[in-house]
Write a protein that binds this ligand. Structure first.
Ligand SMILES: C[S@@+](CC[C@H](N)C(=O)[O-])C[C@H]1O[C@@H](n2cnc3c(N)ncnc32)[C@H](O)[C@@H]1O
Length: 190
């Protein structure tokens, strides 16, 4: 098994309520998300819930300057793996809700998330989304996804409501069927 997959599956088994999936994001879904944002726009690019880099590997080649990137991940084994795999990128072992503190007032123009929103409690959803929103510059873009199998959970409905209450504009993509499970993407503008 590929090293990134092995690390991901190990973490998923040890921390099912944090990783919440045994399948990393597919290339099709990662590209669908990244095609909605402009990674060349001046300012920081933050990725939250980096895991073992399923999306990071498509972000890295699109960055003109790797110093503009910050990756945030709760799981220390994954952070260790990511620091070894992408030595040119900066990773913080921290909860995504602390993004505004981690970026210390720097202008963040894009946040890419694969956080498992539908296993988060309503309180954790709100704290985390507030941390992301606070970190984003005006007109900054936040892109994230929800898997179809969880889209009818109350947590998914709650999450959608929070997005609509917090962001100036929120759009939903068509379903990406080439992901396991299929998922749709939210694109939010502050
Ligand atoms: C569904 S996995 C996605 C991993 C990878 N980015 C991908 O796309 O396959 C969710 C990741 O978010 C991390 N995570 C969960 N809660 C978090 C939080 N509050 N702050 C930061 N990372 C978190 C998990 O450890 C896991 O690596």
């Amino acid at each position: 098994m590929r090293q990134d997959l092995l690390e991901f599956v190990k973490a998923a088994i040890r921390n099912p309520m944090e990783v919440a999936s045994v399948f990393p994001t597919s290339r099709a879904l990662a590209e669908r998300m990244l095609n909605l944002v402009d990674l060349e726009r001046p300012g920081k690019v933050a990725e939250v819930g980096v895991g073992t880099g399923a999306i990071t590997k498509y972000i890295a080649p699109r960055l003109k300057d790797s110093k503009r990137y910050i990756g945030v991940e709760l799981n220390s084994d994954m952070v260790h793996y990511m620091r070894q795999t992408f030595p040119e990128l900066h990773f913080e072992e921290a909860p995504a809700e602390s993004l505004a503190q981690l970026t210390g007032g720097e202008r963040v123009t894009t946040v890419v998330s694969s956080l498992p929103w539908t296993v988060f409690s309503p309180e954790l959803q709100k704290r985390t989304l507030t941390g992301i929103h606070d970190a984003l510059a005006e007109n900054g873009r936040f892109v994230t996804y929800v898997c179809l199998n969880a889209a009818w959970y109350p947590q998914a409905q709650h999450f959608g409501g929070l997005l609509n209450g917090m962001f100036r504009s929120v759009t939903k993509s068509p379903i990406e069927w080439k992901n396991v499970p299929p998922a749709f993407v939210y694109l939010c503008t502050k």
